[in-house]
Ligand binder design. Sequence first.
Ligand code: PLP
Length: 380
Amino acid sequence: MKISVLRTPHPRVFPNVDELGFGRYFADHMFLMNYDQENGWHDPRVVPYETLGLDPANLTLHYGQTIFEGLKAFRWNDGSVNLFRVNDHVQRFSRSAAHLCIPAFEEDVVLEGIKRLVDVDRNWVPAQRGTALYLRPTLIATDNALGVRPSKTYMMFIICSPVGNYYAKGMAPTRILVEQRYSRAAHGGLGDAKTAANYAASLLAAEEAKRKGFDQVLWLDADTHNYAEEVGTMNIFFVINGVLVTPPLGGTILDGITRRTVLALASEWGIPTQERPISMHEVTQAHADGTLQEVFGSGTAAVISQVGELYYQDRPLVIEEKPGSLRERLYKAITGIQYGEITDTHHWITPVPVATNGNGNGHAKKELAESLGGDVSGGH
Ligand SMILES: *Cc1c(COP(=O)(O)O)cnc(C)c1O
């Protein structure tokens, strides 16, 4: 499938790099692709960033048949732009789609679309260490109807946001409330799909925790409220007596790409790793006998986030990390690979090639003509 490119005639001004934050600014272009039963997935294209113009009866708005991804492109010191574990993200996008009854797409087309989009918006990839271009592939139902059923038509879009350094103001350990009332995901539910519903389910608990002065919540299993599952929207890790422990994937936990990266690196370093249920009883016990050495979350946005306190049953469990922590070693190794400072022995890096048919303005008109199927040489 050929991906057409239509460049904006009105490029925006790049914001001040110190004020990027997360997901506040968006690059000039977006990727779009549509699905209907007659044509399947068709018309993959890069176009100027624009509003979608949804009908008020749009199915997604009512019943949440939608999925998303989050991944990053990094600018290396040599000027090149590189994606981290893009294949894994696209594969997970596929799995989320299947879970939400969304028709399968060709992963190669999405991969190519991502590369094409990032190439076109190459100058939106910030250069400072710690910054990146965050990509948000999203897929929504587009039928306009109120009957509860899977949509017959869909739209995929990918938008790009230049993001700042999460830790520009230092890595403050987070204070986490162990959530004993609300649940994020239940067995047989959507917990292992990257979908809006899981985020909707998490909002109230997070707001109440913030009102009490905490940064986020630690989600426990919905059945017993005893086993750790995720921290906020990150996967959770514990270092107990030299062993790196994380809850197993069992349908209620998101299969994080950063989680996989953490497990792979730790194993390579000879650190024992375990994917198994971790009860709050075990955590409390390990804290009491001094073997709870570290707690941290993992996810694309912040990479690794230190947990400094777990507040459980009206008591704070303070985690005092020693120098030379595994968390710090992991953070350095992962970001080192992402920014090309450490050799990528895992094939986690995918360079974004500069299009051979031209990336300069001289070719924009030709591409515009291609995508419109006509000649626009006099148009502007
Ligand atoms: C996206 C996400 C994560 C982190 O996954 P990464 O692939 O590491 O970014 C963890 N938990 C939830 C609920 C998520 O949505």
